[in-house]
Design a protein around this ligand. Sequence first.
Ligand SMILES: [Zn+2]
Length: 291
Amino acid sequence: MSLHQITSCPICHSTGLKNSRRIKDYSISKETFTIQVCIQCGFNITNPRPADADLGKYYHSEDYVSHSSTKKGLINSLYHRVQKVNLRSKYRKVKKHVPRGTWADFGAGTGAFLSYTKSQNEEAIGFEPEKNARDLAKQNGVEIRPLKEFSNHKEPLACITLWHVLEHVADLNEQLKEFHTKLQTDGILAIAVPNHHAFDSKYYKEYWAALDVPRHLWHFTEQDVISLLKNNGFTHIKTYPMVFDSYYISMLSEKYKNGSALFGTIIGALSNVYARLSSYPYSSQIYIFKK
Ligand SMILES: [Zn+2]
């Protein structure tokens, strides 16, 4: 495996990156990766990370639920059931801010959100790099385009959504600049990412499933997301909680530490209670930005 080393922070451009934690990839490779922290702004980075050519093999597993639709096991079946309620909640939060026009789901996976937006009579398109995911979507009657077609897309977009996608994007600034040019003047960018300041992250530490190295190249806090997007010309207008994510992440974290899924649901609930009543953020949040 060849590794690629990032030499400066994509948010503040400092070259002061120091080793912080060693984290195991529990879900696929069982290899261990280093998370570095920027000494200037505090951004957490999986560094070094597999080179682009090697990243693909870290995604290829039946266990990687976001890209599969298998209904085996308690966690998977719960994930898919909750997903339906979750889709409606995500759509409604974004919809409030989106002007008339086309929605694009970037990193559409197997097309769950895309088909939900279509069912709400939105004009919607989706892009996804993984061929397996696109093929699965097609079997379910949803057409998803390869990611490279996004660059050639001409018609200005009213909205671009990234559901747990930005943490996988290798060149953050380049990608955000492209989103900026693809949006119409009043267009909206909606970004959902985990927040490692959340209670469940502090509780599970190195077992926290949303670290998901080496697939997650970046580990965001709310401040990281807002600074990064501001640097790329976006204005932050709203942050929403994703209350279902803490349950899924906590149950998966319990699996990694050979704990109990049921206890995971308690930590998941507690994470939401802390976020509601104290200064902890939610396990995952949706950030709405205006061009
Ligand atoms: Zn930095």
